[in-house]
Each structure stands twice: as C-alpha cells, then as structure tokens.
Ligand binder design. Structure first.
Ligand code: FES
Length: 106
C-alpha cells in the first residue's frame, strides 16, 4: 500500500547567475514550494499528499519544474499563481492541469 496518495517534487536547484542553464531558484521556486505546502496543509491533505523539495529535474529551461507521482505528470513554468489550480484540480480532483504540462499531456 502506498504511503501517500500523491507525491509532489518541486525543483529548488540554484545555480550561479552567469550559468547559461539557469535554474528554478531564480524563477522563485522557493515561493512555489511554500505555497504548495501551505495549500496542501490548508486542504487537510497533510499525510495524504507529500510535497518535497527536489534537486534539478533536468528541465531547467522549463522551470519552475514540478513532477507529481504516481501519475508522473510534469509541470513547467509554474508560478505561485498556478499553485492553487494544481492543488485543486490535480491533487484534490485528480485531473492534471493540461496547460502547464511539459510531458506531452494525455
Ligand atoms: S534547475 Fe530546476 S529543473 Fe533544473
């Protein structure tokens, strides 16, 4: 039996400003992670949905990068303003947010 219903990984990788690869940290990944944790907690989902920091997910140009398991749905260019939609539609409702997907969608 799975310990969590869903597991969310939010890239927090940070690189030097001059690094051409860029990084999710420079695109405010810490604020995205914080908002995700806050909303999951507010929805009473602590213990059912786990939100974790991740290192580089190898999708740097598409950051802020997030991946949600067990579906293996990848999201990119996620901003703080997108987090509520991901929580409500996907984490609570079970339907991925298609407009933010970078994995090719359904
Ligand atoms: S720095 Fe976030 S995916 Fe690489």
């Amino acid at each position: 039996m799975a310990r969590f219903l869903r597991h969310v990984f939010v890239c927090q990788n940070e690189r030097a400003p001059e690094d051409p690869r860029g990084c999710c940290s420079a695109k405010h990944s810490a604020a995205v992670l914080e908002k995700m944790k806050e909303l999951v907690h507010a929805r009473g989902l602590k213990g059912k949905i786990r939100v974790n920091k991740a290192g580089c997910l190898d999708q740097c140009a598409l950051g802020v990068s997030i991946v949600v398991y067990p579906e293996a749905v990848w999201y990119g260019r996620v901003t703080v303003g997108d987090v509520e939609e991901i929580v409500e539609k996907h984490l609570v409702g079970g339907t991925p947010v298609e407009r933010l997907r970078t994995d090719g969608g359904k």
